[in-house]
Design a protein around this ligand. Structure first.
Ligand code: MN
Length: 220
């Protein structure tokens, strides 16, 4: 059974703005989210809803749309479904301290199974992503213990270009990590080390003008 006890044990909810350990189900039951997280190391948290929680993997290099690339994905504790909308700052010294961005968000369709939890227990899940940045067919395969590989299947959405470089900002607020840190009382200098030096024009993403109020995404 999916459980949030590990999630709960790791956090002090009077210190962190992260959502509490409540299980719930979205309408589709198949939410997916990728959160860019500048903690001790920059990584991308890849999460799929199953049985009232978000099954979660930390992907150090982030997802790749190139089917020749295998990305290491370390399974971490299940997260609450409400976590998918969390964008903000976890205080320094707390578990996962640093800046969190909602990098992509959408739904997924499991392929060849109706029982996602069972497929994950067996160590292989194929799925289609309907995100803004990530689309098409993917697979997660367990290699050993908590270690998995995240791979793109060859399809219409395949590309050798690096989606983490081309589309670096929040899917909800269009903010960079540095801007999120600045708005939410974090450390913009540290957070900015997870941002590309320039935001590519081709993404159509605009930086907030100086002095303009940020549109802040509230997680609750
Ligand atoms: Mn993380």
């Amino acid at each position: 059974m999916a459980s949030l006890s590990e999630y709960k044990k790791k956090r002090k909810f009077d210190k962190t703005p992260e959502p509490g350990p409540q299980k719930k189900r979205t309408k589709s039951g198949h939410l997916f989210v990728v959160q860019k997280h500048r903690a001790t190391q920059l990584h991308y948290d890849f999460r799929l809803e199953a049985d009232g929680v978000l099954k979660s993997w930390a992907v150090p290099k982030g997802p790749s749309l190139d089917p020749k690339v295998k990305r290491l994905a370390m399974q971490v504790e299940d997260h609450p479904v409400d976590y998918a909308k969390f964008e903000g700052v976890i205080p320094e010294g707390e578990y996962g301290g640093g800046t969190v961005m909602v990098w992509d968000y959408g739904t997924y369709e499991p392929e060849g199974t109706d029982d996602v939890s069972e497929a994950l227990r067996e160590g292989e899940l194929k799925f289609k992503l309907n995100g803004e940045k990530l689309k098409g067919s993917w697979v997660l395969v367990r290699t050993r213990g908590r270690q998995w590989l995240l791979m793109k299947h060859r399809d219409y959405y395949t590309t050798e270009e690096d989606v983490t470089e081309l589309a670096p900002v929040s899917i909800f607020t269009r903010r960079t990590l540095a801007e999120i840190a600045e708005d939410e009382g974090g450390n913009p200098k540290k957070a900015s080390t997870g941002d590309p030096k320039t935001i590519p024009r081709r993404t159509g993403v605009k930086r907030r003008k100086k002095g303009q109020r940020a549109k802040v995404w509230h997680s609750s």
